[in-house]
Design a binder for this molecule. Structure first.
Ligand code: KG4
Ligand code: ZN
Length: 346
């Protein structure tokens, strides 16, 4: 049995978790900063780093207590080192390094995007190979997990991430931050066909994404209506926007399955909590004979259980990166640099 304590501070959630053998979550505590950033309409990096500093030790105490574990029970610690906000990542890495030194435990650096994929293994018996669609506020991409911890990137966003588009559209519509959950709820009562936004498929074979044009289309739609003195039904705008995002995500995910010949799909990241996306993926999977794995909503958004989970499989396959630990705000899936780092924050 391996017991790993994970720390996650890459954006605006301070999280600590204890996970057994990469799958069994003994505790997962998330201290959200959404209230702090809500009034600014997005994450303010300096405030995020300071709040992580305040929240980390109480969160750690709770995670150990809820897991019924003491530091001496741990086999290793794990921490997100990128991608994310530099100052926020530094707080997590400094804390994790100090604890690892004080407790005499190894420390495993974890890629946040790969950790999102490993949320699919929590409380699950899932096995690779599979295709993973990662849809978060900072990233949208597709990869093939050929075997444990071996990612083959297949496509990524050329501009905004899907969650970023939800957040920006929500901000424009005056719906607050984070925008995804609000739009998701509003869309339930809206007409998805009210405004036929274009679907950015980027050609018949592309596995890349682009959401900035859609975001701009929503802005123009509402601006033009306001100039004409018309008020649009917000629920219809939300439903039409969400349907356009969902259609593209589903189409690209099934293109990736066709390309790789895989029959197993994991969908993770904050936007995987979206009701419309979950329903659309399940419908299409039923027709295509694909098994879909969507983690519980609490493991889709940022959390440390996925960090501890991935660390277990990195250790088990002898793939823990060596050398001095440092944060890398623009780390890509698979270890390289991202084509486009999100300028997270306002
Ligand atoms: O994975 P995550 O917690 O943080 C990042 O790594 O970015 O994802 C946060 C993103 C935000 O953009 C938020 O608006 C979006 O996930 N999100 C949703 C939903 N819940 C969270 N988007 C659509 N529908 C939801 N229900
Ligand atoms: Zn994330």
């Amino acid at each position: 049995m391996s017991l790993i304590l994970g720390l996650e501070t890459s954006c605006d959630e301070t999280s600590v978790a204890v996970v057994e053998d990469g799958r069994r979550v003994r505790s997962s505590v998330v201290a959200s900063q959404a209230d702090l950033h809500g009034r600014y309409g997005g994450v303010v990096p300096e405030l995020a780093a300071r709040r992580h500093l305040e929240a980390l030790l109480p969160t750690l105490d709770r995670a150990l207590a809820e897991a019924g574990a003491s530091p001496s029970d741990l086999d290793a610690l794990a921490v997100t080192t990128g991608p994310g906000l530099a100052g926020a990542l530094v707080v997590g890495l400094a804390a994790a390094s100090s604890l690892a030194l004080a407790w005499g435990k190894p420390l495993v650096p974890v890629n946040h995007l790969e950790a999102h994929a490993y949320a699919a293994f929590l409380d699950s018996t899932l096995q690779p190979p599979l295709v993973v669609l990662i849809v978060s506020g900072g990233h949208t991409g597709l990869a093939e997990l050929t075997e444990h911890v071996r990612f083959r990137p297949l496509g990524e966003t050329r501009d905004d991430a899907a969650g970023e588009a939800f957040d920006k559209v929500a901000r424009h519509l005056g719906l607050g931050y984070p925008g995804g959950p609000v739009i998701d709820r509003l869309a339930e009562t809206g007409d998805a066909g009210a405004f036929p936004f274009a679907r950015a498929l980027l050609g018949p074979a592309s596995l890349d994404f682009s959401f900035s044009g859609l975001k701009t289309a929503v802005l123009y739609l509402t601006r033009d209506a306001a100039q004409r003195g018309e008020t649009l039904r917000l629920a219809d705008v939300a439903a039409s926007f969400q349907a356009a995002v969902v259609d593209v995500l589903v189409e690209k995910a099934f293109r990736a399955l066709a390309l790789t010949g895989r029959k197993s799909l994991a969908v993770t990241g904050g936007v995987a909590a979206n009701g419309g996306l979950r329903r659309a993926i399940a419908d299409r999977a039923g027709v295509a004979g694909v098994a879909v794995h969507v983690p519980a909503a609490k493991y889709c958004t940022d959390n440390a259980a996925m960090v501890a989970g991935l660390a277990h499989f990195l250790r088990a396959s002898g793939s823990v990166p060596r050398g001095p630990l440092r944060v890398d705000p623009s780390l890509a899936l698979g270890g390289g640099k991202r084509r486009r780092g999100r300028a997270k924050g306002v």
